[in-house]
Design a protein around this ligand. Structure first.
Ligand code: ISE
Length: 332
């Protein structure tokens, strides 16, 4: 039996999810694409072969012909739409962040706990990226000894006009907050945010440099540079007591000309993480079939938002900001 999926949001990620679901995942029917902009919904439905289009996300969630929902609408809509899915008992894959506001994340968690089962997966797709998976396996095998530090670099070509300096922390950095927490299997104790001198004040999304401490004593640093100009570039290195693991980005070919070797960078995250998105969405569909949750939970979404919030406080006030978490419900 095919799982009928409703997709909310037909922007960059919505369109990519529609492509992945329609072309790369067996056992699903793309039932409806919903977007506030009807023309955009129609255009994504045409290219992905979705059966229907709509402009009302709550109607999509309540629609009996839809079994599960993928949310790829703007960040501030995620928590309410996820709660609406829980109220209908429908599995939901919600793009990150679950919410930029940790209190809203706790509301989602309370609703899911009340429902008595895990329905929510958060789109922290890096957990499925083959390079990060190998890094985690290498650590687990003991090849680099106990982990000491994790270095992270996250660079986009240019920030969208709608981006703010805060969004470098609430929209981009949650990927690193989540993957380092997942890698080290440790929660954070504190965060300090620093900003380099940024001369081009006409640009949105100023660069930030963050240092985080985990509760088990490791250090994590994260550079977010959303105006790196040269390409989309994510790097990571996990340093242990006996060695280190460095991520390699997928590169299919090298050009050798004029006494040079040339490799190219993607223009954004979609090519770099294409396999991660495919594997994530596959795991989500499988989890609906089996009833066994996969990937990041609503609790993981909360953990990332909590750090982002502390990061915003550090950006505003300067200095180290401590992170304290609510108690983790047994559902997670
Ligand atoms: C964007 O929202 C994403 O999720 C991308 O994966 C990330 O690289 C980018 O920085 C974010 O703005």
């Amino acid at each position: 039996m095919s799982i009928r999926i409703g997709l909310i949001g037909a922007g960059i990620m919505g369109a990519d999810h529609a492509r992945i679901l329609s072309l790369e995942i067996p056992g699903v029917t793309l039932q409806q694409i919903c977007d506030a902009d009807a023309a955009r919904a129609r255009s994504v439905a045409e290219t992905s072969g979705a059966r229907d289009v709509g402009t009302n996300p709550l109607a999509l969630i309540a629609d009996k012909s839809i079994d599960a929902v993928l949310i790829a609408s703007p960040d501030h809509t995620h928590a309410d739409l996820t709660k609406a899915c829980i109220a209908q008992g429908k599995p939901v894959l919600c793009e990150k962040p679950l919410s930029p506001d940790s209190t809203e994340c706790l509301d989602v968690i309370a609703a899911e706990v009340k429902s008595g089962r895990r329905l929510v997966q958060i789109g922290f797709m890096r957990r499925f990226d083959p390079a990060y998976v190998e890094m985690k396996q290498t650590l687990a095998k003991g090849a680099i000894g106990p982990a000491l530090m994790m270095h992270n670099f996250h660079r986009n070509v240019s920030a969208p006009a709608s981006f703010t300096g805060q969004m470098s922390i609430t929209n981009s950095a949650p990927h690193e907050f989540d993957i380092a927490r997942f890698m080290l299997d440790a929660d954070y104790e504190s965060i300090s945010v620093f900003c380099p001198e940024f001369r081009d004040s006409g640009k949105t999304g100023a660069p930030v440099f963050m240092v985080l401490k985990t509760r088990t004593g490791q250090l994590v640093n994260v550079e977010i540079n959303n105006n790196a100009a040269y390409g989309y570039d994510v790097r990571g290195e996990l340093v242990g007591e006996k060695g280190s693991v460095f991520l390699r980005s997928p590169i299919n070919s090298e050009l050798h000309v004029n006494l040079q070797t040339i490799t190219t960078y993607p223009a954004d995250w979609r090519p770099r993480f294409a396999e991660a998105y495919r594997l994530q969405n596959c795991a989500w569909v499988k989890s609906i079939e089996t009833g066994h949750p996969a990937g990041a939970s609503a609790w993981d979404g909360y953990a990332a938002s909590l750090v982002a919030e502390a990061g915003i406080a550090s950006l505003a006030l300067g200095g180290e900001v401590k992170i304290s978490s609510a108690a983790k419900p047994s559902l997670y």
